[in-house]
Design a binder for this molecule. Structure first.
Ligand code: NAP
Length: 97
């Protein structure tokens, strides 16, 4: 597997998937609440579940992981700063380790 796209259901993630597929790369990905309409292997993932992420990496063994998942609603981030920190800071840190 060439690329694993975390957050394939989002705007950036969808574009990364499309670009990779158009370049004939092998691609798999994960989505959060809404399964995107791509004909690639897709798994549901909450990025706060780092063990689940590790299992997907072990399963697909990608050369590259692109993390496009994020809590992007700024007002929601202000209302729920702990959740924002978990998704936008803790999860990417855990993925990188
Ligand atoms: N769009 C741009 O032009 C642009 C430019 C520069 C940088 N960026 C950065 O790129 C990243 C993605 O932006 P975007 O525009 O693609 O945002 P987006 O469309 O809101 O996509 C974010 C994705 O993250 C998912 N997500 C949220 N919480 C999650 C969780 N706990 N576990 C797993 N996935 C989760 C969302 O899924 P659900 O909706 O199902 O929760 C959604 O699919 C952000 O860091 C943003 O700052 C974007």
């Amino acid at each position: 597997m060439d690329v694993f796209v975390v957050g394939a259901g989002g705007l950036l993630g969808g574009n990364v998937v499309t670009t990779a597929v158009n370049r004939a790369l092998s691609v798999a990905g994960s989505y959060h609440s809404g399964r995107p309409d791509f004909e690639i292997p897709l798994r549901e993932l909450d990025v706060r579940a780092s063990k689940d992420f590790e299992e997907l990496v072990a399963k697909f063994s990608p050369s590259v992981v692109v993390n496009c998942a994020a809590m992007t609603d700024v007002n929601e981030c202000e209302k729920r700063p702990e959740r924002a920190h978990e998704i936008n800071a803790d999860a990417p840190e855990a993925m990188a380790c």
